[in-house]
Design a binder for this molecule. Structure first.
Ligand code: SF4
Ligand code: MG
Length: 314
């Protein structure tokens, strides 16, 4: 239980005014040093908001993301200022997250240089090493992002994160833009990096199939709430929450190329006006009268396996 902890308490996210969306609420989870925590849910469930808070890119309106007991970011006026370089984020879209006017050596080298992790004399070596670790030939460091394929650009994004000598990577749909064979390669790279550098991951995906292969534990979110958290093997063999069960059934029925959650009955309700009681009740095959009034408590069913559902309460 020593070492790294991430604790997210009562985090609230905001959408554009005038409407305020509670994107994530009353959520608390610890990520253990060296583990991969998979975070899954349909789009709009708040997982990206959560990922950004954990990575110190967004601030929570209340609650904190802590890294080794210290806030990952602090609010300074309108700005969110990160307080650690040890937590780095890898984004979904390698095209959007790389400045098209900057060469790769600058994209990868700027952060470490600015933060004093490397001096000018060693910068080129530092960049080359980060690229090598990410599986990109360092000979390409004088090229621009448009000269690379989508898969290579994602590796550049990874090299940029590695250049910061992170301990903890927050990956938000980091392989979602890639086709299936490239997805496998990049997932293997993440696992290799984890083994080589003892990295910890929060791995966010809408795709349970992606999360399955790399996670030690899996957290399932629905409309801003954590609905289930368990060791990966448990989630896939003994899912408790009806939403997790639906995701899993859906994963198994769809073919590998087009795994989506859309086959779950009904639309995701608007986060502006979430259903009262259990948020999942309009889509749940087991919904009872009580589910429409009472928010189910997130409770431990077995050691390390928690779920928020009224089923089996009595
Ligand atoms: Fe379904 Fe009720 Fe459980 Fe919600 S609390 S998942 S509606 S059975
Ligand atoms: Mg998202």
């Amino acid at each position: 239980a020593a070492t790294l902890t991430q604790r997210l308490l009562g985090m609230l996210g905001h959408a554009k005014p005038p409407a305020t969306v509670q994107a994530v609420s009353n959520l608390s989870v610890e990520i253990r040093a060296g583990e991969v925590l998979g975070l899954v849910g349909e789009s709009g469930c708040g997982k990206s908001t959560l990922a950004r808070m954990v990575a110190g890119v967004h601030a929570a309106s209340s609650g904190t993301a802590l890294y080794r007991g210290q806030p990952v970011a602090v609010q300074q006026g309108a700005r969110v200022v990160k307080t650690t370089t040890k937590v780095q984020m890898i984004f979904q879209d390698p095209y959007a997250s790389l400045n098209p006017r900057h060469r790769i050596d600058r994209i990868v080298g700027e952060g470490p240089f600015t933060h004093g992790l490397v001096d000018k004399a060693n910068l080129d070596d530092h960049v080359s090493r980060a690229m090598q670790r990410a599986g990109i030939d360092p000979a390409y460091r004088f090229r621009y992002p448009h000269q690379f394929s989508g898969g290579q650009r994602q590796r550049i994004g990874i090299a940029r994160a590695l250049g910061m000598q992170p301990e903890f990577l927050v990956c938000d749909e980091a392989v979602a833009a890639l086709d299936v064979s490239l997805q496998a390669q990049v997932l293997n790279l993440f696992m290799q990096l984890r083994a080589d550098h003892n990295l910890t991951y929060l791995f966010v995906s809408h795709d349970l199939g992606v999360v399955k292969h790399i996670s030690d534990r899996v957290a399932v979110m629905y409309l801003g709430r954590l609905v289930e958290l368990a060791p990966a093997a448990e989630i896939f063999t003994r899912p408790n929450h009806p939403y997790t069960q639906a995701l899993l059934a859906n994963m198994l029925t769809l073919n590998l190329r087009r795994r989506r959650f859309s086959a779950i009955k009904g639309e995701i309700p608007s986060p502006l006006n979430p259903p009262v009681g259990c948020h999942f009740h309009p889509r749940c095959p087991h919904a009872m009268e009580r589910c429409m009034r009472e928010v189910p408590v997130f409770r431990e069913l077995a050691p390390g396996h928690s779920s928020a559902c009224h089923l089996g309460d009595d």
